[in-house]
Design a protein around this ligand. Structure first.
Ligand SMILES: Nc1ncnc2c1ncn2[C@@H]1O[C@H](COP(=O)(O)OP(=O)(O)OP(=O)(O)O)[C@@H](O)[C@H]1O
Ligand SMILES: [Mg+2]
Length: 225
């Protein structure tokens, strides 16, 4: 599903990724770990076509992301859901409306939205909080809304960049459990994180990057640093 072939990304004169080759198959759950500045977010931004590599090739399914035409980026983005540490919900909209809005802006019909949103809220365990506003929700609930929103287009791939960074341990563990559940339902998941205990509890593939290079890639891995 994802293939990085000798990918290098240089910002100004800082090499953020150096000759990274990596494959992720459909249905995998991959934890991407490494110290601050190692290149985790850079790698994710290349996957969504937000940044372009200086050299090397990146394929998402059949799409060569490094060569992608501007007009094809929306097509790529619909395949990929993204969640971040800073949750970025619309503050004046409820949980339901935040998810519905993502579908509205992409032109989804009302009857589809009315059918899909409750299903997604159910998936993330937020049915009871559907009509709460962000300021009425806990950090964990807000992150679940963000995940629901990321899932609204039924992406084949979910990228989570430090999604537990602002959460306490219990909420963080719940978010990881939710990501595992989403993965079990068929979505490929890449989780970039510093959260050592959580990564070790997942017992799935761990890719460790250091100074822009993959230094470990282990099935049923551990957080090695
Ligand atoms: N837009 C940019 N312009 C210049 N340098 C950048 C840019 N984005 C990232 N970098 C640099 O590239 C390197 C890798 O950054 P990246 O954000 O990928 O690290 P990270 O592993 O996600 O770190 P963290 O755990 O702190 O989020 C860092 O040295 C960073 O300063
Ligand atoms: Mg980062």
């Amino acid at each position: 599903m994802i293939k990085f072939d000798q990918v290098t990304k240089i910002y100004d004169n800082l090499t953020a990724l150096k000759n990274v080759s990596l494959e992720v198959h459909k249905g995998e759950f991959v934890s991407l770990v490494g110290q601050s500045g190692a290149g985790k977010s850079t790698l994710l931004s290349l996957i969504i076509g937000e940044d372009k590599p200086n050299s090397g090739r990146i394929f998402i399914d059949d799409i060569d992301v490094a060569q992608i035409r501007r007009s094809d980026i929306p097509y790529l983005r619909r395949k990929i859901g993204v969640v971040f540490q800073d949750i970025r919900l619309l503050p004046k909209r409820t949980a339901y409306e935040n998810v519905a809005f993502a579908l509205e802006v992409s032109g989804e019909k009302t009857h589809v939205i009315e059918k899909e949103v409750p299903k997604i809220l159910e998936m993330v365990g937020l049915v009871e909080r559907a009509h709460a506003f962000p300021h009425e929700m806990s950090g964990g609930e807000k992150q679940r809304v963000a995940i629901a929103r990321a899932l609204s287009h039924r992406p084949v791939l979910l990228l989570a960049d430090e999604p537990t960074g602002n959460l306490d341990a219990i909420n963080a563990a719940d978010i990881i459990d939710l990501l595992i559940k989403i993965n079990k339902a068929g979505t490929t998941v890449i989780l970039a994180t510093h959260a050592k205990e959580l990564v070790n509890s997942v017992k799935k593939r761990v890719v460790t990057i250091e100074k822009g290079q993959v230094i470990y890639d282990q099935q049923k891995g551990k957080y090695m640093l």
